[in-house]
Design a protein around this ligand. Structure first.
Ligand code: IPM
Ligand code: MG
Length: 353
């Protein structure tokens, strides 16, 4: 197959880990006689330094023309002033909104060999296998009005939590569809005891649930889910929620695995390219040292093959090769190993053969 893939390495360790995943994709292309056409653009802090903005029109246009996007990470201390008018995160948020990437999938998977790194006792981790489905283009991140206003010498700030029925409908449907291929349980997370937007969310979810009688639907309040994620994490299968709730819960869920470096994510729209990135940040403290963990990005590349290019078999092969590499103990220092980024990547390529 032919595919145009845009690489957005970004900042910090982004370039190192994106290069590693690029190698894996090249390998898959060569072995399967696929023609993957790669192009690379700046995003985030490096784009601010060069062009004064975190996302240029040129980068956005290239992404729109592509079949899939692989992103490393954005941000770093150099651009870390939250009051600055131009910030690296704007690149990410701009891409999500402009490409209509309303669904963000964040799987939480335990690699048995790494379970010791989890903050939870091993017995709590048994059976943990969930995917968080985060609404990504609505809610407080984009609602209007927003801003800071001064009236009569007093200052106030406003953010707006707004959801339209169609935005809830499409993300909740995606959660149910995913559940059908898994353990057939959806936990819809809201704050319906307080928020109007949550009441609409819940009402729509109840209706959609009727179309999926084979899937068990549970409603849960976000504060109680925060607690259950630690107390009883194996009770979740597919967890769906609005943008900010799921932003917070997905970090909490990710750390259960003890290894942020290995987790991927996919951001999808109803058509057009998907965007794939590891969930960890740009780790500026270890940038350029050759010890960044490439696994999160390589598994994100597997997701790219599965969801955007429909190469599910190849995706599963990469996942298996990653698992074997971890089992063999070839890991970077974040996972307690002593391998370099290059050594882990080579081991994964070897296990793919
Ligand atoms: C994430 C991040 C972003 C978000 C930040 C960097 C804007 O936390 O992808 O979860 O809040 O969405
Ligand atoms: Mg986050």
């Amino acid at each position: 197959m032919n595919a145009k893939i845009v690489l957005l390495p970004g900042d910090g360790i982004g370039p190192e880990i994106t290069a590693a995943a690029h190698q894996v994709l090249e390998f898959i292309a060569k072995r399967g006689s696929h023609r993957f056409e790669f192009s690379e653009y700046l995003i985030g802090g490096c784009s601010i330094d060069r062009y004064g903005v975190a996302l240029t029109e040129e980068t956005l246009e290239a992404c729109k023309q592509s079949d899939a996007i692989l992103l490393g990470a954005v941000g770093g201390p150099k651009w870390d002033n939250p009051a600055a008018p131009v910030r690296p995160e704007q690149g990410l948020l701009g891409l999500r909104k402009s490409l209509g990437l309303f669904a963000n999938l964040r799987p939480v998977k335990i690699y048995p060999k790494l379970a010791g790194a989890s903050p939870l006792r091993p017995e709590r981790l048994a059976g943990v296998d969930m995917i968080i489905v985060r609404e990504l283009t609505g809610g407080l991140y984009f609602g209007q009005p927003r801003g800071r206003f001064v009236t009569d010498g007093r200052e106030k700030a406003i953010d707006t939590l707004e959801y339209h029925d169609y935005e809830i409908d499409r993300i909740v449907r995606m959660a149910f569809d995913l559940a059908r291929g898994r353990r057939k349980k959806v936990t819809s997370v809201d704050k319906a005891n307080v928020l109007e937007s949550s009441r609409l969310w819940r009402a729509i979810t109840v209706e959609i649930g009727k179309e999926y009688p084979d899937v068990t639907l549970e409603h849960a309040l976000v504060d109680s889910v925060a607690m259950r994620l630690v107390a009883n994490p194996s009770s979740f299968d597919v967890v769906v929620s609005e943008n900010l709730f799921a932003d917070i819960l997905s970090d909490e869920a990710a750390i259960l695995t003890g290894s942020l470096g290995v987790l991927p994510s996919a951001s999808l729209g109803s058509s057009g390219p998907g965007m794939y990135e590891p969930i960890h940040g740009s780790a500026p403290d270890i940038a350029g040292k050759g010890i960044a963990d490439p696994i999160g990005t390589i598994v994100s590349a597997a997701f790219l093959l599965r969801y955007s290019l429909k190469l599910g078999t190849e995706a599963a092969q990469i996942e298996a090769a990653v698992e074997k590499t971890i089992e063999d103990g070839c890991t970077t220092p974040d996972l307690g190993g002593s391998c370099s980024t290059a050594q882990v990547t080579e081991a994964i390529l070897r296990n793919l053969q």
